[in-house]
Design a protein around this ligand. Sequence first.
Ligand code: ADP
Ligand code: MG
Length: 242
Amino acid sequence: MSPIVDLIEVRKSFGAVEVLKGVTFSVAPGSVAAIIGQSGSGKSTALRCMDGLEQVQGGELWVCGHKLHEPRFDKRALRRDVGIVFQSYNLFPHLTVEQNVTLALRLVKGQRGGEATDVAGAMLDKVGLGEKRGSYPEQLSGGQQQRVAIARSLAMQPKLMLFDEVTSALDPKLTGEVLRVMEQLAADGMTMVLVTHEMQFARNVANTVVYMRDGRVHEIGGPEILVRPNTPELADFVAHEY
Ligand code: ADP
Ligand code: MG
């Protein structure tokens, strides 16, 4: 099966600073890739390239069949195929949970009231928040708000989900409930790329672990590399993260 995500020697600079220095890895359909690495190593930039938020400047980047290395790729089509969730949930405070989830369905997919509401209800059930559809974001915990953000992305029925440190702002208890939702998604066969500092979680759900260092893939392998790293740099990294 051809990969859902394929990076081939991807390069990206901001001004004179090269942030991705030839990054190569791929993600098979239905699998989970976890990107780990020190702050500033280029993890978020790699993810933002996959979501079309940043234009790559060298190499090839294929996502769900879209050629993101070509400046004129179809951004609207990519939007329908890829969902991204960030550390900050960015829910609209004046909209209910349900309205937050249905908004994109109405605007992007042109779904009408009843249809959008049905999809939203199903996705909120999936993240365990079916009962909260009438609540406002400020009435929810951080973990619940993040689960709404995940439901909002899932409602678009993406082929690929990207997660950038989605639990970093949460305390350990709330972190657990968000990780469980992601675990379930993975078990359901969703293709996912996630940037995380949760080593135990990466070990449990990732098929591939990508250790980035200074804009390069320093080590890549199955989750066992978190237990038996092949490079001293990854060994040092995991020793400090666990
Ligand atoms: P990570 O997610 O691994 O912490 P990032 O991808 O956010 O790393 O950042 C990698 C490097 O690129 C950092 O040095 C950061 O300062 C720089 N960088 C990221 N985004 C921008 C931007 N929009 N403009 C300039 N520099 C940026
Ligand atoms: Mg980052």
